[in-house]
Every structure is written in structure tokens, then in C-alpha cells.
Design a protein around this ligand. Structure first.
Ligand code: NAI
Ligand code: MG
Length: 498
């Protein structure tokens, strides 16, 4: 089954030159393999609809082999014998190699997802930063001693879960790969990752870089395929000790049900309908570009996109006029032109976003951007769109559209703003724009979500910042040192000292 002999020395080199490699895209127990069935899936360039590569369409057999490889890495492999500081150094080495290959990885990510080249480059920089941050974090998180009875000594110990399963989406393949794998590896777990079938070439290149960096066999395994097949098999596998998922609420429910059947814990990051709340005293010079960026970044296909604009009555006309101007100047185009935004990921995602827009009365449309004349008609482009005058119950104010669509409503006062902001099933992030310091604190405390930005908006924010949702946005915290807690379990040791 191993096809290492047939492959050139550097798989990233192969992938990046887009040479044919016959769907040999599973990395199991330290070697590249293809699915036993021989079936493949096409990878499509969203900017022109053309097939750029193929990946293995794997199923439960490949998943079982990957979990077995991970288990043996933990039981008696080289991985189980590494000191924490050596694990950290390995992650740092991966980070350095990612940095050294930034341009090629960014080109690969841009071709696969359609995102503008500068955005893809930023994503690769963040990807390297994850491995650096968690490489440095490996030896920083200890247990504690607990005062108890005089003749007993109590300490806690952080241990890896064991074999962790990771299912990631297509919107930020490189970043989310690093966000979920780096802390899991840092804590000494052995991982099995199933990337998204819509965009995953960069995850293969990153995995090959990790192999070249010296990550021991079985510590990191990757299996490509569809969600319904390989994804469901991974989530349901009884050999898993923990699951980490980023994607839709519908799939999140399936993941959590599968985890429950195996009595394991999971983290779910399921997106949002995050509000940007603009008060009459806001610094609009600062706010407007960041509000625009918060919805056009990655064409709105960002879990933490600021997709709901809540504006205080008295400045609504001015805010809408400024945003109208900004939206009308935005151009969607192919990645190599480095436009304001790229295409959506797929024809399906395009239909979903256009479905929301066509169900909405034209009277609500305040502004639309344009599509670059050089953009292919076969690409999945949707111009950025600003809507206003919607009701709180409108699907455009409630649902995660996952496109470059900003829906606006007005509010009267602070209480009204908080009520509207908290008035969806989601709760991931929020932006608050006001110069009143006491109000900033009141609102930040009242918002039901995982991250609040005061006079700034990070759309996900830095690697250092704990991140995660409430309600339909999911549960658990990733990023920051919190992720090291999520990817480990606590043992309490009580010793009688006589
Ligand atoms: P999805 O949740 O179906 O896919 C995400 C990942 O889950 C992919 O790797 C997929 O292969 C896998 N998956 C799908 N079905 C599965 C199953 N039954 N068992 C195990 N794994 C499975 O999301 P999809 O269909 O790509 O996008 C639909 C909507 O979800 C988007 O329009 C958007 O609103 C939301 N979404 C949110 C994301 C976020 O960052 N939170 C990322 C991607 C999508
Ligand atoms: Mg799906």
C-alpha cells in the first residue's frame, strides 16, 4: 500500500507544481498512501471551476488504519518517548519550515480556496505562528498541588487524551489545520485529521513538511475523503479519545452524537452571526474600514465574520452612506490579481448565498460591489452586498449566510442593542464601537459570545487569544493556552504520607 517509492523526495514540491500524483493523499503511520478502493475526488479551482488535482476518496478502512497507527505511536513508538521539550522543538522546526516555504504554500492555498494571494500569505504566516506558539507552550503548563489533609499530599497532572480526531472545513484549511493540530501534538496526543473535500491541498503539503521536520511515524495521520464517508467513520470510531470539529451546526450535532456514543469529549466550532454594534459616538474613521473588512475577508466565509450591523438610530444614515461608498468600490476577482475578495468556495456555496439574496426584496439592497472584468464566468463570484431595513426575524439577520453579505438594522439605546445582539441562536464574536469606556465594559459583559472586540475587530484574532462560542456557535475553547487545556486531561493524585 505504501507509495513512498513512487513519489519524488518532496511532496510539497510535487503538489505545488500541480503534477499528477494519482490521489496518493493519505498519510498513515509515516507514509503516503492511496485509498484501497482507488477512488478519487476532484479538487476544483473556485476562480475558474477547473479541476486542478485529485485526492483519495477514503473510507472506514483507511480511518481504522490511521487510528491504529496513532495508537501504536502512543503505545511504543518514538513519539511516546520524546521529552516535552523535544516535542516543542519539533513544532518549532515545522514552524520554521512553513515560514521558509511561505510563498509556495500561499500560492497553493490561493489556488485551492480562491482567496486573494495577500490573504493566503497572511494565512500561512498565522499557520507558522500556531506551530511556534504551541512549540513554545509545550513545557509551560503544569499541574498544581492542593492543600488537603495533613497526612496526604495531592497533586494534579496534565496528560494527553490519547488519539485525537480532527475534522476541519475548507475556509481556512492551513490555519485551522495548525490551530487544531499544533496544541494537540504539543500535549503529546497522536492525531488523525480529515480535511475538507472542497479544499485541502495545503494540508497535504503541511503534513509533508511535518514529516520532513522529523515528526515520528504515527504521531500525525491524515486521511482525505468526503464528510459522509471518511468524516463520519472518523467521528464514530471507538478508538478515538477526543474529537475536535470546525464546520456547520448540522454536522456538529452529528459529531457530538458520535462522541457521546463513545463517551468522549469534543470541541465544536460552528460559526456565527456576529454583530458589529455601532453607537452614535463611534469613531467612524476607524470603524468603517474594519467593519467592511470583517465581512469581505475570505468573501464572508469566516466563522467569526461580522455579518450583522447594528447601528444607533441617529447615525444610521451616515454609517450606511459611508459603507455604501466602501462596498461599491469593492471588487471580487481571481487570487493572482489580489482583489478585495475572491470567489466563494463552490457552486453549492454560491447557490446558498444567492438563494438568500434572491429571497430578499430589492428595496433592502443599499450597495453592491463589482466583479472584475477578467474574472472567469465559470468562477464562483458573488459581489459584496450591503442590506438594510431588515426585521430581527429575517433569515438574513438570523442565519449564517457565509458570503460577503452585511445585513443592517437600527437600534434605539444600549438595552435595545444588547437585546438585538444576543437575539440569535449563535454567539461567537462581537464588535462594539463607542468612545464611552463604561459602556464598552457594560456591553462586553452583557454579550453572550466567546470574544468581544472593543473599537477593533479581529475576525478570529491572534493565535494567543482564546476563541470559541456559546449556543449554536459550539463549545470549547481553541487558541491561546486554553487549547493546551482542551487537548489534555487532568488527573488528581492523592498520596498518603503517613
Ligand atoms: P460541514 O460541516 O458539512 O463540513 C465541515 C467538515 O465536516 C468537512 O471536513 C466535511 O467533510 C466534514 N463532514 C461533513 N459531514 C460529516 C459527517 N456526517 N461526519 C463527519 N464529518 C463530516 O460544512 P459545509 O457543508 O462545508 O458548509 C455548510 C455551512 O457550514 C456553510 O455554509 C457555513 O455556514 C458553515 N461552515 C462553518 C464553518 C466555520 O468556520 N465554523 C466552516 C465551514 C462551513
Ligand atoms: Mg457538508
Amino acid at each position: 500500500m505504501s507509495r513512498n517509492d513512487d513519489l519524488p523526495a518532496s511532496l510539497p514540491g510535487l503538489i505545488m507544481t500541480r503534477a499528477r500524483w494519482e490521489g496518493c493523499t493519505n498519510f498513515i503511520g509515516g507514509s503516503w498512501q492511496r485509498a484501497a478502493s482507488g477512488q478519487t475526488l476532484p479538487m476544483i479551482n473556485p476562480a475558474d471551476g477547473q479541476v486542478i488535482d485529485t485526492i483519495s476518496r477514503s473510507s472506514s478502512g483507511e480511518i481504522s488504519r490511521a487510528i491504529k497507527a496513532a495508537r501504536s505511536a502512543l503505545d511504543d513508538g518514538e513519539w511516546s518517548r520524546l521529552h516535552p521539550v523535544d516535542r516543542g522543538r519539533l513544532l518549532m522546526r515545522i514552524s520554521e519550515m512553513i515560514r521558509a516555504h511561505t510563498d509556495r504554500l500561499a500560492a497553493l492555498e490561493a489556488g485551492d480556496t480562491g482567496k486573494p494571494l495577500s490573504q493566503a500569505t497572511h494565512d500561512i504566516t498565522a499557520t507558522a505562528r500556531y506551530f511556534e506558539f504551541y512549540g513554545g507552550g509545550v513545557d509551560k503548563l503544569g499541574g498544581e498541588t492542593i492543600p488537603y489533609l495533613n497526612d496526604h499530599d495531592v497533586r494534579t497532572r496534565r496528560e494527553p487524551h490519547g488519539v485525537t480526531g480532527h475534522i476541519i472545513p475548507w475556509n481556512y484549511p492551513a490555519q485551522i489545520y495548525a490551530r487544531t493540530l499544533a496544541p494537540a501534538l504539543a500535549m503529546g496526543n497522536a492525531v488523525v485529521l480529515k480535511p475538507a473535500e472542497e479544499a485541502c491541498l495545503v494540508t497535504l503539503a503541511l503534513t509533508e513538511l511535518a514529516r520532513e521536520a522529523g515528526l515520528p511515524p504515527g504521531s500525525l495521520n491524515l486521511v482525505t475523503g468526503t464528510g459522509e464517508d471518511a468524516g463520519a467513520a472518523l467521528a464514530a470510531h471507538p478508538g478515538l479519545d477526543f474529537l475536535s470539529f470546525t464546520g456547520s451546526p448540522t454536522t456538529g450535532t452529528r459529531i457530538q452524537s458520535a462522541a457521546a456514543r463513545n463517551h468522549i469529549d469534543c470541541t465544536l466550532e460552528l460559526g456565527g452571526k456576529s454583530p458589529q454594534i455601532v453607537f452614535a459616538d463611534a469613531d467612524l474613521e476607524r470603524a468603517i474600514p474594519l467593519i467592511l473588512n470583517g465581512i469581505i475577508q475570505n468573501s464572508g466565509q469566516t466563522c467569526s465574520a461580522g455579518s450583522r450591523l447594528l447601528v444607533q438610530d441617529e447615525i444610521a444614515p451616515e454609517v450606511l452612506a459611508r459603507l455604501q461608498h466602501a462596498f461599491e468600490r469593492c471588487v471580487a476577482g481571481p487570487p493572482d490579481l489580489d482583489p478585495d475578495l475572491g470567489p466563494l468556495i463552490s457552486a453549492r456555496q454560491c447557490e446558498r448565498v444567492n438563494g438568500y439574496l434572491s429571497a430578499c426584496n430589492d428595496d433592502h439592497v443599499v450597495a453592491r460591489g463589482t466583479i472584475h472584468p477578467e474574472a472567469s464566468d465559470a468562477g464562483f463570484f458573488v459581489p459584496p452586498t450591503l442590506l438594510s431595513g431588515l426585521e430581527p426575524s429575517d433569515p438574513l439577520m438570523q442565519d449564517e449566510v457565509f458570503g460577503p453579505v452585511l445585513s443592517c438594522m437600527r437600534f434605539a439605546d444600549e438595552a435595545d442593542a444588547v437585546r438585538l445582539a444576543n437575539g440569535t441562536d449563535y454567539g461567537l464574536v462581537a464588535g462594539v464601537w463607542t468612545c464611552d469606556g463604561a459602556r464598552q465594559t457594560r456591553i462586553a459583559n452583557a454579550l453572550e459570545c466567546g470574544q468581544v472586540f472593543l473599537n477593533c475587530f479581529g475576525a478570529g484574532g491572534g493565535v494567543e487569544l482564546p476563541f470559541g462560542g456559546v449556543g449554536k456557535s459550539g463549545h470549547g475553547r481553541e487558541k491561546g493556552l486554553e487549547a493546551l487545556r482542551q487537548f489534555s486531561r487532568l488527573k488528581t493524585i492523592v498520596q498518603w504520607t503517613g
